[in-house]
Design a binder for this molecule. Structure first.
Ligand SMILES: *Cc1c(COP(=O)(O)O)cnc(C)c1O
Length: 473
């Protein structure tokens, strides 16, 4: 047995892997989207392999790819109208392979100058797309929106409390409060928990009829907080809610944040990609006024997980929050006027996350992204039209490709959606989720895949119509 495989074996393995992966990538649509779940069987599949001696390399590759194929929800499928999980674009896939080969260490600038500068340049490009001033921003790549939101809470705390860096939560006398829409992503609560503030420090603000955070109630809640033993810390506006794809009124939220001197963060994990389209950009009006932004490249920009960015209009806050000095880390950055990412981030050892986005831009350009994003928005418009023409009603008011709908006659029947979804999952031809709007259980279809076309929309509607007929019969 040899740990270091010889060149011929490596080539043969690469060819075998490429064949399997290409077969999956080219024929994703032939897969049944939803696997049949048999927990005992899956546990057995994993636990019965011989990890003491291992197995033949080629058998190992068969084993892994076969089981991923048979036991995953196929989010890369063009009829996966699901959560914000994309089909990985090809440049992103190749970038992850290249990253694994070179395995650059991005903790310190001097170990990976090209990689660190690529990420810094991408942060600058994105900051400018979001309308931040070109000389007043900073940012860092993160594993996901969860880490980026956590970064935001820590930055807000360090901005608000001069001694937070040294004394942490013991430097805070009143309970810091985070306000966000009740439709905000629950990574906000997680961020509050991991920052030591606790779940209850998040005050969810109800949404109005437009499904946006109700700014009148927001102001009332801030007033109540300031009169009690609470200290408002930050307001989070969501740009693209997870449920209904709604963008809060960012301009009005910013006005309130400025009035009370509170950190304004925009969670644009999904909807931030609207900034890349001339047609959709104005939906994000107000984002340029924020103190910080979360944006996931692994959602609408279709790079493989996990790739997110945290961007802030405060150039010094990341260093203030995360810098640390050690004896053993390279010190070159001090002399070179460059930034060591480990001093700007929750992470230490860092993977070259940014390459997935950089290579995608080298392959397709911002222009290619704009076309793709517009295509997905157009597909959602088409889906709304087709649904309406087939007697369905759309209940969310989103301009992003998220469509929540139901059937007028059956809308108050709680079982209608869940029963039909059960059948759809069983069929395995399409995948969509359920989301309540005004207490009505809606179907939720997101065009999250860049290669979803009109045929997939027609197939979805045909299946929905058939299931509705079966249900009402
Ligand atoms: C997906 C999402 C998150 C969480 O991001 P991850 O990348 O899954 O960690 C946070 N906020 C919003 C609005 C999201 O859509």
């Amino acid at each position: 047995m040899k740990f270091d495989l010889d060149q011929n074996t490596r080539k043969e393995i690469l060819i075998a892997v490429t064949e399997k992966l290409e077969d999956y990538y080219a024929n994703t649509k032939a897969c049944k989207i939803t696997p049949t779940i048999d927990v005992a069987n899956i546990k057995n599949l994993v636990s019965q392999v011989d990890l003491i001696n291992g197995m033949d390399n080629f058998e190992a590759i068969d084993y892994v790819t076969k089981n991923l194929k048979e036991n995953s929800v196929h989010t890369p499928h063009p009829s996966y109208f699901g959560l914000y999980n994309p089909r990985s674009n090809y440049a992103g896939i190749i970038a992850d392979l290249i990253t694994a080969y070179f395995n650059p260490q991005l903790a310190a600038w001097s170990h990976a100058p090209f990689a660190v500068e690529v990420e810094a340049h991408l942060i600058a490009e994105l900051a400018s797309k979001f309308g931040y001033s070109t000389n007043k921003f900073d940012g860092v790549f993160a594993t996901g929106g969860n880490e980026a939101n956590q970064t935001a809470v820590l930055c807000a705390l360090n901005n608000q409390y001069p001694n937070f860096n040294r004394d942490g939560i013991f430097s805070v006398s009143k309970k810091p409060i985070i306000y966000c829409s009740e439709e905000a992503h629950h990574s906000v609560h997680k961020a509050a928990k991991t920052a030591g503030l606790g779940y209850n420090s998040v005050i969810p603000i109800p949404v109005g009829n437009d499904q946006k955070l109700d700014t009148t109630i927001l102001k009332e809640k801030i007033e109540v907080s300031t009169q009690s033993n609470h200290a408002p810390l930050m307001i989070i506006g969501t740009a693209g809610t997870t449920g209904a794809g709604i963008i809060d009124d960012l301009v009005e939220i910013n006005n309130i944040a400025k009035e009370y001197n509170i950190w304004f963060h925009v969670d644009a994990a999904y909807g931030g990609a609207a900034a890349l389209s001339e047609k959709l950009r104005n939906q994000l009006k107000g984002i340029e006024l924020s103190n910080s932004i979360t944006f996931d490249a692994h959602k609408w920009m279709s790079v493989p997980m996990g790739a997110s960015v945290f961007i802030t209009s405060h150039p010094n806050i990341l260093a203030k929050t995360f810098s640390i000095s050690t004896e053993y880390m390279p010190k070159d950055a001090d002399k070179l006027e460059v930034v060591d990412p480990y001093c700007h981030s929750i992470q230490w050892s860092r993977r070259f996350i940014g390459l997935k986005l950089f290579l995608s831009l080298l392959f397709y350009g911002w222009k290619g992204y704009e076309e793709t994003i517009n295509h997905q928005a157009d597909m959602a418009d088409l889906l709304r039209n087709k649904l309406t023409n087939n007697g369905w009603v759309v209940l969310n008011k989103s301009n992003l490709p998220v469509v929540c709908f139901t059937d007028e006659k059956n809308k108050n029947d709680q079982n209608f959606t869940t029963q039909i979804l059960e059948n759809i999952y069983e069929n395995g031809n399409s995948w969509l989720s359920v989301y309540p709007i005004n207490n009505i259980n809606c179907f939720r279809a997101c065009i999250t895949n860049y290669n979803t076309t009109e045929s997939e929309l027609d197939e979805l509607i045909e299946e929905l119509n058939i299931e509705r007929d079966k249900y009402t019969k």
